[in-house]
Design a protein around this ligand. Structure first.
Ligand code: AMP
Ligand code: ZN
Length: 136
């Protein structure tokens, strides 16, 4: 199902041109217009799902397979030595386009860190409390 207001629906379905790296019946992989590194790409489903929580399970499996295939191709052709998969859900997580997508970010041996955070130092009690909050 498509959302008429959604730019990624239009791109995924070929209504708006893009630099397409891969396409099949359900998905399109495009180059990101504001890349973090050379070759930064986005995997888009052709159907509209706002985020991971709307994405059907079968799409999860298919999209990870596409990530693996494209990642291997980028390693071969671009010579990247690593790859970050980034996937944002919700404004607080940095999602700016509310159409589910996975970022494929090729990494090179230049020492830069794209995905980074300062590690916290929770006590054993805090970790146990969080575990129980989520799972209890
Ligand atoms: P996110 O912040 O996870 O929602 O990522 C949205 C990404 O889409 C950003 O990296 C943008 O650079 C990229 N983007 C936005 N519009 C376009 C477009 N028309 N074509 C390609 N990439 C786009
Ligand atoms: Zn959409």
């Amino acid at each position: 199902m498509r959302n008429e207001e959604c730019i990624f629906c239009k791109i995924a379905n070929g209504e708006i041109p893009s630099n397409t790296l891969y396409e099949d019946e359900g998905y399109r992989v495009i180059l990101d217009l504001g890349p973090a590194t050379r070759g930064h790409a986005l995997i888009l489903p052709k159907d509209h799902y706002a985020d991971l929580f709307e994405l059907p399970d079968q799409n999860c499996e298919q999209m990870l397979k596409i990530a693996k295939k494209m990642g291997a191709l980028m390693k071969e052709r671009l010579g990247c030595s690593g790859m970050n998969l980034v996937q944002n859900n919700g404004e607080s997580a940095g999602q700016t386009v509310r159409h589910f997508h996975i970022h494929l970010i090729p990494r090179y041996d230049d020492g830069s860190r794209i995905v980074a955070w300062t590690p916290g130092e929770p006590s054993a009690e805090e970790l146990a409390e969080i575990r129980d909050t989520i799972c209890g």
